[in-house]
Design a protein around this ligand. Structure first.
Ligand code: AHR
Length: 510
């Protein structure tokens, strides 16, 4: 068995754990809202149409903040369509996903659902087809107490108290030609600057996210962020990042190492932000909102898997990109969360895309059950246990070859220390396809008094790394116990090939 040394010193920290790192995303896309979180008439629906079974899984998953209502959808969305008496709301064509939007679910419903789910709302405004006026009206509607046109309309629509939404996205992926209202960096930078200013005139306490590149492969990546921030640095608090990954042509080794790409992508955006900061002599620091990330098998989009996008038949809540995730995907998702934690000093918000059905950790069927996908587990455990401070690790791991990244460390890890509860949480993945590893964790400045929990996700005994949970077998893949060997100042964690483990240790200051 190969050995990896992980040295953890309680005094070497990256910063506090930003709890908004464990965010998710609800878009009006496919069946995320309709027959996902909301399905009036379902046996599990409450009187508002919220599915209780899905809500229970969301609470177990533990997202802290949920972005809404898009995504590409928001770039053609009229938010006023989704407020007021449901019977008066218009049915519209959503051009982003070629779908009929009934508007039965809108802002009030989402805010109520978010309260029920105990998550913060992160609201996106439409800067595709709309601009400054509609965005500032929405802030007034949502956050102003009353006595004005928009705030009184909210009150008449049943919400006497403001929604008090702090986090706002200034549009979505406007660098992408596929986006309704696609813009150049100059056009978007000026619009973001003026919209941010006007929104802040209504509510100075809000936090604003400017649109960054849709992915690292965009031809404008880097120059987009630079130009947008040159215009809007003073007005915004975050720049967004989006990234989706998938296994290509059975190259599991490269896929398992994609957190290397995520690390480099984040570090590239940080460099660009800081270059604008230095050149502009800004004192304020802009951070990152990684508000879309996940595994997404994009090969079938708009072809055989998505016939409605081709046949142009307008339908309500069609099945869209309902990826089924396997054990390998779960290990990769674990390493993405490690990458986000490693950069938690600058990535202050992150949202896994999306929450239910659409490339999601939770699946549900119309009139039927809801279940956890494999990727549910690393998210749920890291969201639960990553608390206190992020520790800066010294990892010395044997390397494994990959076609995409060359040799990479076989073992990838992150850890946090919560002094209040006296717990260190170690998250660790073995990316090797065929070799078992032992992670030897050496704690400095802390002594271990016990193991609180130790679980892992791994390839089942039949050796099929593509094993997944399905409606027929919803619990095929779950967390299993790990035999952790305790030592005076640490522990040893056995890691079979393609596995992800979470070990929570009880510790005290040494
Ligand atoms: O999450 C699915 C889609 O991916 C979002 O609508 C868009 O922002 C991104 O391209």
């Amino acid at each position: 068995m190969a050995r990896t040394s992980i040295v953890i010193d309680r005094d070497f920290t990256i910063g506090d754990v930003p709890r908004r790192l464990f965010g998710s995303f609800v878009e009006h896309m496919g069946r995320c809202v309709y027959t996902g979180i909301y399905e009036p008439g379902h046996p599990e629906a409450d009187e508002r149409g919220f599915r209780r079974d899905v809500l229970a899984l969301v609470k177990e998953l533990g997202p802290t903040v949920v972005r809404y209502p898009g995504g590409n959808f928001v770039s053609g969305y009229l938010w006023e369509d989704g407020v007021g008496p449901v019977e008066d709301r218009p049915r519209r064509l959503d051009g982003a996903w070629h779908t009929i939007e009934t508007n039965a679910f809108g802002l009030h419903e989402f805010v109520e659902w978010a309260r029920e789910a105990d998550v913060e709302v992160m609201e996106a405004v439409n800067l595709g087809t709309r601009g400054v006026e509609e965005a500032r009206a929405l802030v007034e509607y949502a956050n102003h107490p009353g006595g004005t046109y928009w705030s009184d309309l909210r009150r008449r629509n049943g919400a006497a108290e403001p929604f008090d939404i702090r986090l706002w996205c200034l549009g979505n992926e406007l660098d992408g030609p596929w986006q309704i209202g696609h813009k150049t960096a100059h056009e978007y930078g000026r619009l973001a600057q003026e919209t941010a200013k006007a929104m802040r005139f209504v509510d100075p306490t809000i936090e604003l996210v400017a649109v960054g590149s849709s992915n690292r492969q965009m031809p404008t990546f880097g120059s987009w962020e630079h130009t947008v921030l040159t215009h809007a640095y003073d007005e915004v608090d975050y720049v967004s990042m989006h990234a989706y990954y998938q296994e290509h042509d059975g190259d599991a080794a490269s896929f398992l190492a994609e957190a290397v790409d995520m690390d480099e992508f984040i570090e590239g955006v940080v460099s660009t932000i800081d270059a604008v900061r230095a050149a502009g002599k800004h004192r304020k620091r802009v951070d990152i909102s990684f508000d879309e990330w996940n595994v997404w098998y994009q090969h079938g989009l708009e072809t055989d898997d998505q016939p409605h996008l081709v046949s142009r038949q307008w339908r309500e809540h069609p099945r869209l990109i309902e990826d089924t995730y396997n054990v390998t995907d779960a290990v990769v998702v674990g390493t993405f969360l490690h990458s986000l934690l490693r950069h938690g000093d600058r990535v202050r918000i992150a949202n896994q895309a999306q929450l239910v059905n659409v490339i999601a950790p939770i699946r549900s069927e119309e009139g039927g059950p809801a279940w956890r996908q494999t990727i549910f587990w690393p998210f749920a455990r890291i969201a639960e246990h990553a608390r206190g401070r992020i520790l800066r690790l010294a990892v010395d791991a044997p390397r494994v070859p990959t076609a995409k990244f060359g040799d990479v460390p076989a073992v990838d890890a992150a850890a946090t220390w919560d002094e209040e509860t006296g717990r260190v949480a170690v998250f660790v993945a073995n990316r090797s396809l065929d070799e078992s590893h032992e992670a030897v964790v050496d704690l400095r400045g802390l002594s271990v008094t016990g193991v609180r929990s130790a679980e892992m996700i791994r390839v089942p005994d039949d050796g099929d790394r593509r094993t997944a949970n399905t409606q027929a077998e919803p619990d095929r893949v779950g967390l299993v116990p790990v035999e952790v060997q305790l030592e005076d100042d640490g522990c040893r964690i056995p890691l079979p090939p393609i596995s992800w483990a979470v070990v929570v240790l009880d510790v005290e200051r040494a």
